[in-house]
Design a protein around this ligand. Structure first.
Ligand SMILES: Nc1nc2c(c(=O)[nH]1)N[C@H]1C(S)=C(S)[C@@H](COP(=O)(O)O)O[C@H]1N2
Ligand SMILES: [Mo]
Length: 238
């Protein structure tokens, strides 16, 4: 991928301040981080106060399998259009595996965690809209290390930093937890409203964020070729 292909271009029909990339790059808040090792039997643990509420794996996804076409919008101003995600709507998984558990009744926030130590926080309300899914396929292929194997959250209405790759754990919280992203993370991060940052103006950030796109993408792609990191710190032993 040449750096030239990594300069986002103006295009019609994109949300405010977004520009289009013709390729879907590997990206991330820390582009030097390699992709994590994928376990032999991957699963997503749903936990509340370190108690296991549900385990979502291939079977759970299979039961609610669906596909959707969606655009993807990174907070740094690049967008790719027309991705075809396969997986299961989070709302369906929630209804089937979590909603009936009385321990989940006060839950208002989800901390969504990846095997690489990355995490983001979503309100329950934002997480349960129809287009949020746990994906395991992209454009007809199993998700690869570049885009979040084995599972990733996909939340098309929010900036890409909520679409946690290498998803392995969803923590349930009554009060807003910390994600580790700090002020950079807007709680809602709605693309249509340009909620890029928790305090700074989205419009003002366009320029500085936009400048880092090609370099970040090149470094993130290079990190993919380094040995995988394995981190399942914080996971419950069963
Ligand atoms: N586990 C994990 N998920 C992550 C990230 C990350 O670094 N680690 N980066 C986020 C950001 S900032 C973006 S833009 C997208 C990039 O997804 P991609 O690499 O599939 O393009 O993943 C998001 N989810
Ligand atoms: Mo991003």
């Amino acid at each position: 991928m040449t750096p030239c292909a990594l300069w986002p271009r103006k295009a019609a029909g994109l949300p405010p301040g977004q520009r289009r990339l013709a390729v879907f790059p590997r990206f991330g808040d820390n582009p030097l981080r390699p992709a994590p090792v994928v376990p032999d039997h991957p699963e997503v643990q749903v936990v509340l106060d370190d108690e296991l509420i549900a385990v979502l794996g291939a079977d759970a996804i299979h039961e609610h399998r669906s596909e959707q076409r969606a655009d993807f919008h990174c907070v740094t101003t690049w967008s790719v259009t027309g991705l075809r995600w396969g997986g299961a709507p989070l709302a369906a998984l929630w209804q089937r595996h979590v909603a009936d558990d009385p321990r989940s009744s006060d839950v208002r926030f989800l901390k969504v965690c990846g095997l690489d130590g990355y995490a983001a926080v979503l309100t329950l309300e934002d997480a349960l809209v129809a287009e949020v899914m746990i994906a395991d396929r992209l454009d007809g292929q199993p998700l690869d290390a570049r885009h979040g194997a084995p599972f990733r959250l996909v939340s098309p209405g929010q900036y890409g930093y909520k679409s946690v790759k290498h998803l392995s754990r969803i923590e349930l919280h009554a009060d807003r937890p910390h994600s580790g992203l700090g002020a950079k993370e807007h709680l809602r991060a709605r693309v249509a409203l340009e909620e890029r940052h928790s305090v700074r103006s989205g419009r003002v950030l366009r320029l500085t964020y936009g400048l880092v796109v090609p370099l970040t993408a090149v470094l993130a792609e290079r990190a993919l070729r380094r040995p995988a990191c394995s981190s399942d710190a914080g996971h419950l032993d069963r």
